[in-house]
Write a protein that binds this ligand. Structure first.
Ligand SMILES: Nc1ncnc2c1ncn2[C@@H]1O[C@H](COP(=O)(O)OP(=O)(O)OP(=O)(O)O)[C@@H](O)[C@H]1O
Length: 588
């Protein structure tokens, strides 16, 4: 036979969408009569399609079909190649060593049960059925995963939190728990390891600080700590600014308790840029809580300024960054200082599936508490994306500042650009401060303090330096440069629209913005039901042409690319070096 029967997968779909091939082959065994042919009748049949058929030989038709098949095959294998490549990267991530200390790994120590605490929800809540609990979770868009998940509690009054704290919260506008708090607090109070994911500005800090304060208070009440003892727990933050802010929160809450007659809790802020001599009074008494950046914490533990012999609570804020990038080895090292089982909590607004999986296998009977898609933008932020030519950005920035009253944050990834923007704004009479990794600790503190205190209207910042910072009522975030990683964008725009208020984020893009970043942005805007400008709308997803899957990247959560193009993986090496130098993140 001259021509093998053609596979139905490369049938010619004519304009009429019939299953017929140009030579009449249908592939379903019902070939039309005129299309039958054999070795003895090699000339092509004339069909109702007429002219085109007559002009082409059967051999040419067959060559065409084979060419099309080869093209499709090469496309398919491109998609397959990508899928295989992705799978390899995913396997490499999944096969990373568990996130426990080397000692625990070597000794094969694994804890089967969660930590025990004395906290119990009130009886009427304990008696609720699982269906009722699920209904509450659904109402607040909370997704949980894990065994024996503690019940959600939609009222602070039912959480057995000291009255004085409830009053203090109320005075500060905190009356009802946010979704991450109403499920996260009972989970943490119950001693469970957890991964808490909720959008920016949704109150995660309270969700992980309060359980530690309550735990420390209980221990202190039982047998007061003396010099050299403690801490009970540690909160790890990836930047000095975030550590300072968390420390301030803990101090406020413990002071409110102390002022009401509860025992005083001693909290240490342990991070680079602070002279430990200034903090020497913290070591005159027993130590309850440490808020730290990884580098300085390891330094202090190495020098035995305090130990983790009795430490039983470890929380990581912005945890995906802590366990995924640069800090992973530091975290392992910190874990090696623990002598007993600990309760481990990981919190972040962005935590891609694969990092969740990796973290989950490192925890004991963990519970995942998820409010919204990890990495999704806060819906209280109105996102505006504008095409602004590079040379027009400065002038347009001034115009943009008119959109809202202050305070406004302007982000740029480049330290020199941060300085240039500040200088330009000062020249134009705008009260602006700047913050980035190369500023001294004093300069950074001054910038934050004067901006927080309302003395300055605009803060120009590098994304890394201000991640997680909670400034009251930011009206407008301007991304002078669109960050390469969409997670950074989510964190940056999340400086506005906090604690239930709304805010605007304006982002400048232009031909310097990588197309893949624009695609991530396009999908993110679509997910948040924001207006997508036409120039973004017109960007095609190359994965569609390749026939590849259009699911989000399991490494960074970006919706516009797959794992093999993930900018986060590309940057991994660079970040590791940066983190170890401690330069930009200022962790040391
Ligand atoms: N239950 C609540 N009701 C109202 N406001 C709250 C509540 N809990 C916390 N807040 C306030 O919301 C603001 C944001 O909280 P927080 O900084 O903890 O957010 P976050 O989830 O950690 O955000 P990010 O991911 O950006 O770090 C804070 O000013 C905090 O005081």
């Amino acid at each position: 036979m001259l021509f093998a029967p053609l596979d139905s997968s490369y049938l010619y779909l004519g304009g009429d969408n019939s299953l017929e091939t140009p030579n009449g082959y249908r592939g379903d065994g019902r070939e039309n009569q005129s299309a039958t042919y054999s070795n003895s009748s090699p000339s092509p049949p004339v069909t109702q399609h007429g002219k085109a058929r007559k002009e082409r030989t059967l051999l040419e038709e067959a060559q065409d079909v084979h060419k099309r098949k080869a093209e499709e095959d090469s496309k398919k294998s491109e998609a397959q190649k990508v899928a295989e490549e992705d799978e390899k990267i995913l396997q490499a991530i999944a096969s990373r060593r568990k996130l426990v200390s080397d000692l625990e790994l070597a000794k094969g120590i694994e804890y089967a049960e969660a930590m025990k605490t004395s906290w119990r929800p009130p009886r009427y809540i304990r008696e609720r059925t699982e269906e009722e609990n699920d209904r509450i979770r659904q109402k607040f868009h909370i997704i949980v995963d894990g065994d024996d998940v503690p019940p959600p509690i939609p009222d602070f009054a039912d959480m057995k939190i000291p009255d004085v704290l409830l009053k203090f919260f109320k005075k500060n506008g905190i009356t009802q728990p946010t979704p991450i708090q109403l499920q996260g607090l009972p989970t943490a109070f119950s001693g469970r390891d957890m991964i808490g994911i909720a959008f920016t500005g949704s109150g995660k800090t309270l969700a992980f600080c309060l359980p530690l304060i309550m735990m420390a208070m209980e221990d202190e009440k039982k047998i007061p700590f003396v010099k050299g003892e403690g801490p009970v727990g540690v909160i790890l933050c990836p930047s000095r600014e975030l550590a300072s802010q968390t420390f301030e929160n803990v101090q406020q809450w413990t002071a409110a308790l102390r002022d009401d007659g509860y025992p005083a809790l001693n909290t240490l802020l342990c991070m680079g840029g602070i002279s430990m001599a200034d903090q020497s009074q913290a070591f005159l008494k027993g130590l309850h809580i440490v808020v730290a950046t990884p580098g300085r914490l390891i330094d202090m533990l190495d020098k035995k300024r305090f130990t983790f012999d009795a430490c039983k609570y470890l929380c990581m804020d912005e945890a995906d960054r802590m366990v995924d990038l640069g800090f992973e080895e530091d975290v392992r090292k910190i874990m090696s200082f623990f002598k007993h089982q600990r309760q481990t909590l990981l919190f972040s607004a962005t935590m891609p599936r694969k990092i969740q999986d990796f973290a989950q296998q490192s925890l004991t009977k963990p519970i995942l508490v998820n409010v919204g898609r990890a990495g999704a933008a806060n819906l209280d932020v109105l996102q505006v994306v504008e095409y602004v030519k590079q040379e027009a950005k400065m002038v347009y920035l001034l115009e943009c500042l008119q959109k809202t009253p202050p305070p406004v944050i302007v982000f740029s990834d480049n330290k020199n650009e941060v300085d240039d923007i500040q200088e330009y704004l000062l020249l134009k009479g705008v009260e602006a401060v700047a913050i980035h990794g190369s500023k001294t600790q004093e300069e950074r503190q001054y910038a934050i303090k004067s901006f927080k205190g309302g003395k300055k209207d605009v803060m120009v910042a590098s994304g890394v330096a201000s991640k997680g910072l909670d400034f009251a009522e930011i009206q407008h975030v301007i991304n002078f440069t669109m960050p390469k990683e969409i997670e950074d964008y989510v964190h940056q725009i999340g400086r506005t629209g906090r604690s239930g208020k709304t805010g605007i984020a304006t982002t400048f893009v232009n031909m310097n913005t990588p197309e893949q970043t624009l695609l991530d942005l396009k999908y993110l805007l679509m997910e948040a039901k924001q207006k997508v400008p036409p120039f973004l709308m017109s960007i095609e997803d190359p994965r569609a042409a390749q026939g590849a899957s259009l699911t989000g990247c399991p490494v960074c959560g970006g919706l516009g690319h797959g794992i093999s193009n993930c900018p986060k993986l590309e940057d991994n090496q660079r970040r590791q070096m940066a983190a170890h130098r401690g330069a930009d993140v200022g962790g040391y």
